[in-house]
Design a protein around this ligand. Structure first.
Ligand SMILES: NC(=O)c1ccc[n+]([C@@H]2O[C@H](COP(=O)([O-])OP(=O)(O)OC[C@H]3O[C@@H](n4cnc5c(N)ncnc54)[C@H](O)[C@@H]3O)[C@@H](O)[C@H]2O)c1
Length: 392
């Protein structure tokens, strides 16, 4: 049985809500009779609930009130892969839940139009204006992750649809991937392995790593992920320089963790890692001019969004050797999650180490995101409030 609904969840008029029927059940559960019930009796019995509600009348009768108001139903459409445990929890909260991970673009819009969900949950699936327009009952979109640049926030705002995210739930996962890239850039583990698989042995070439201790790591953006990186880099005894548009942020209180301007960070760092959101303000924040400030042996890591680095400028810097190497997890021309091929010029650059957009993809992170999504739905079902709302 779904949880009781807040009045705010129902957008129907009072007259429409009058279409409530009452069914008298005997104590052994048999239906005796049923007839329409007026608004005043309805509200006197059921003050705060919609949906199917049981009212314990003096025995032997039990009264079941059933509203016919469609918009009182909480229907959840999950249009991406989602933890099975999370789906089970959502079923306890909602009237209906369907998980259809393959829905994208026009198929998503069509499904939203016919299913009429009140809550839409997505991970990488894009939610554009067409889908928003089709969602006549849509009240909340939950991005089961931290970045929400895949959702038309302005369009949702216009239609009064709240958008929520799950900030910080995958911060450690992304930080761990960035640290993996950092070590790989120093020791070239992936090249070692590729050569070994080809039965090649080159101890001489692979013995030239510098080591990370006392090297300088520049962190651009010290929110949740950047802070986790700073902690780990300090554990590696690195020096940390950081830059963030928020002036008074201090990710870790440590003498080796210092604020710098963006230019200083680019000039002085041996490794640079990017952890800012993909917005209009951060588009090509890292361009040819900024890449030219880097030391020739320095490397850059991008596990945030492809748009933050000018990809063509990065390829030029890597090919001309003005920087030593780069590692990325995202690509301008990225295949869909179930794609089998990537058509990106970055794939042809030998000193570019790319992963397959796996930053948030650990079991720990996916479970944490699912739990947070359930928490948002539970709160919405109970009070009508939208936690972590990004467009209030
Ligand atoms: N690779 C992946 O799979 C993956 C997974 C999760 C998140 N991400 C990306 O990582 C980004 C960061 O995530 P987070 O949880 O740390 O976000 P966050 O909001 O906690 O931190 C972002 C930080 O960037 C700062 N910032 C914003 N604009 C800036 C600018 N122009 N210059 C400097 N600093 C700026 C903010 O002040 C904030 O401190 C997300 O927006 C997302 O794009 C990628």
């Amino acid at each position: 049985m779904p949880a009781t609904r807040p009045k705010s969840f129902c957008t129907e008029s009072r007259e429409q809500r009058n279409s409530v029927s009452a069914m008298w059940h005997t104590s052994d559960g048999d239906l005796e009779q049923s007839h329409p019930l007026g608004w005043s009796l309805f509200t006197s019995i059921m003050t705060a609930s919609h949906g199917v509600v049981t009212y314990a009348a003096p025995l032997p009768l039990r009264v079941v009130l059933e509203t016919t108001c469609e918009s009182c139903l909480m229907k959840i459409l999950i249009a991406d892969k989602f933890e099975a445990a999370g789906i089970e929890e959502l079923k306890k909260l909602a009237d209906e839940v369907t998980c259809e991970p393959e829905l994208k673009e026009a198929a998503l819009t069509q499904r939203v139009a016919e299913y009429e969900p009140s809550v839409l949950i997505v991970r990488s699936t894009k939610v554009k204006a067409d889908t928003l327009a089709a969602g006549k009952q849509l009240k909340v979109i939950i991005r089961a992750g931290s970045g929400y640049d895949t959702i038309d926030i302005a369009g949702a705002q216009e239609r009064g649809i709240k958008v929520a995210n799950c900030p910080g739930m995958n911060a450690v996962a992304v930080a761990e991937l960035a640290m993996g890239h950092l070590i790989n850039l120093d020791r070239r583990i992936s090249d070692n392995v590729a050569d070994l698989r080809a039965h090649k042995w080159d101890k001489k070439v692979y013995s030239k790593a510098r080591g990370l201790k006392n090297s300088t790591l520049g962190i651009v953006g010290v929110g949740r992920i950047g802070t986790e990186i700073a902690k780990r880099a300090l554990a590696f005894e690195m020096n940390v320089l950081f830059y963030d548009i928020v002036p008074d942020l201090q990710p870790v209180d440590h003498p080796k963790c210092k604020r710098a301007t963006l230019d200083t960070l680019f000039r002085e760092s041996d490794y640079i890692t990017l952890h800012v959101p993909g917005t209009g303000d951060t588009k090509h924040l890292i361009n040819a001019e900024r890449l030219a400030m880097m030391k020739p042996q320095a490397c850059i890591i991008n596990t945030s969004r492809a748009t933050i680095i000018d990809e063509a400028a990065l390829i030029t810097a890597l090919k001309e050797g003005t920087i030593r190497a780069a590692a990325v997890d995202l690509y301008e021309n990225q295949p869909p999650a179930d794609g089998k091929e990537i058509n990106s010029p970055l794939a042809d650059v030998p000193n570019l180490y790319g992963t397959h957009h796996i930053g948030a993809s650990t079991q720990q992170a996916q479970l944490a995101v699912a739990e947070e999504t359930v928490r948002i739905v539970r709160e919405f079902a109970g009070s009508g409030n939208v936690l972590n709302c990004v467009n209030e």
